[in-house]
Design a protein around this ligand. Structure first.
Ligand code: SAM
Length: 345
């Protein structure tokens, strides 16, 4: 968990306010891009503090927009700040900030979902995975439609130690819709416990830092926002490939309200499904009548390990796709008609 950092370690020269920047460059928030801006620098300071000590750190800010969080990051005394912004309208305002902090800011007009992070920082910052996290941080207030696919992509990168995690256990401080923040940190038994809880918590220490009320943004979104901090774990709690963990967890949560047995069944082809499901549950020592949201991390680990063992014994198992089986079955039924006989034409 990051110890909250100090913010004012570097003084920016007097600048127009964020509100004035928005007016000056006519930066009307675009609804279709879910743009909601933070104008209150006390709040942006509070977000940036959650990242921990940033003095002399290298930071990547995703979606800087008009630059509120950007100013707080610069004030924290960072060594280098990389800004990745998709909307070209914000670039001139960001350039103005860059001139106010000479030699510190690099602006990329691009999409964070495709930007290659493995070469974004100097090589000498690299740390071994087992070491303390490197002096590299990712911070961002992104649209909800981007932050959720992005965190899934980055969790996969944590597992594979690629992208931003080529440098070691890079920490992230990101915003999410409040409900997604609750899912990311939900404990067993909680209503919000979901696929995202297991995928995030098995790879990272995840901390729901605080809630920003919707009215703090301009324009106001329909929901409140969570600031969430992630530190990749030295040892993932489930030591299996990302794709395997993802498949097991997705299958289990497919029928949220039913016994976990029901979702686990979908890991196996129809022929021998019941027997194999029983075998998996027995090997994993998991009560089949527990509901998915009741399962602990160690029960998920046992399920993944037991499934891995079965896949090693029968390599065709891992590629089995339940939805594809259903689709094929439906097609056959349509072809044969309801009588089970080929239809007369
Ligand atoms: N950080 C600013 C703030 O807090 O006021 C702006 C936040 S606004 C919710 C999201 C920002 O992310 C916008 O500037 C938007 O253009 C940018 N953005 C959206 N999708 C992006 C993407 N795929 N890659 C990079 N930036 C993106």
């Amino acid at each position: 968990m990051a110890a909250p950092g100090k913010v004012a370690a570097f003084r920016l020269p007097p600048l127009p306010t964020i509100g004035e920047i928005i007016k000056l460059f006519r930066l009307k928030a675009l609804k279709q891009l879910s743009q909601n801006f933070l104008l209150d620098l006390r709040l942006t300071d509070k977000i940036v503090k959650q990242a921990g000590e940033l003095k002399n750190a290298h930071v990547c800010e995703v979606g800087p927009g008009p630059g509120g969080i950007t100013r707080s990051i610069l004030s924290a005394g960072v060594e280098q700040l990389l800004l990745i912004e998709k909307d070209a309208r914000f670039i001139p305002g960001l350039q103005m900030l860059s001139e106010a902090a000479p030699g510190k800011v690099r602006i990329v007009h691009g999409d964070i979902l495709t930007y290659k992070m493995e070469k974004a920082f100097p090589k000498h910052l690299k740390k071994d995975w087992e070491d303390e996290p490197p002096d590299i941080h990712i911070i961002g207030n992104l649209p909800f439609s981007v932050s959720t696919p992005l965190i899934i992509k980055w969790l996969e990168s944590v597992s594979k130690r690629d992208g931003p995690f080529t440098y070691g256990r890079t920490q992230m401080t990101l915003t999410f819709q409040k409900e997604v923040g609750e899912r990311l940190t939900a404990n067993p038994g909680s209503n919000q416990r979901s696929r995202l809880s297991i995928m995030a918590q098995h790879l990272c220490t995840v901390e729901n830092c605080f809630i920003i009320p919707g009215q703090a943004f301009v324009p106001k979104p329909e929901v409140d926002v969570s600031v969430v901090h992630f530190t990749p774990l030295v040892q993932p709690k489930i030591q299996q490939p990302f794709e395997l963990v993802e498949k097991v967890v997705r299958s289990v949560f497919q029928f949220r309200r039913k016994y976990c047995f029901r979702g686990i069944e979908t890991l196996f082809p129809e022929n021998g499904r019941l027997k194999r499901t029983e075998q998996l549950m027995m090997t994993a020592n998991v009560d089949p009548t527990l509901r998915p949201f009741q399962l602990s991390m160690s029960q998920f680990r046992n399920l993944c390990n037991a499934y891995r063992k079965m896949c090693d014994e029968d390599p065709s198992l891992f590629v089995f796709n339940y939805r594809e089986e259903l689709r094929q079955k439906k097609m056959t039924e349509t072809l044969l008609g309801s009588t089970g006989q080929p239809e007369q034409t």
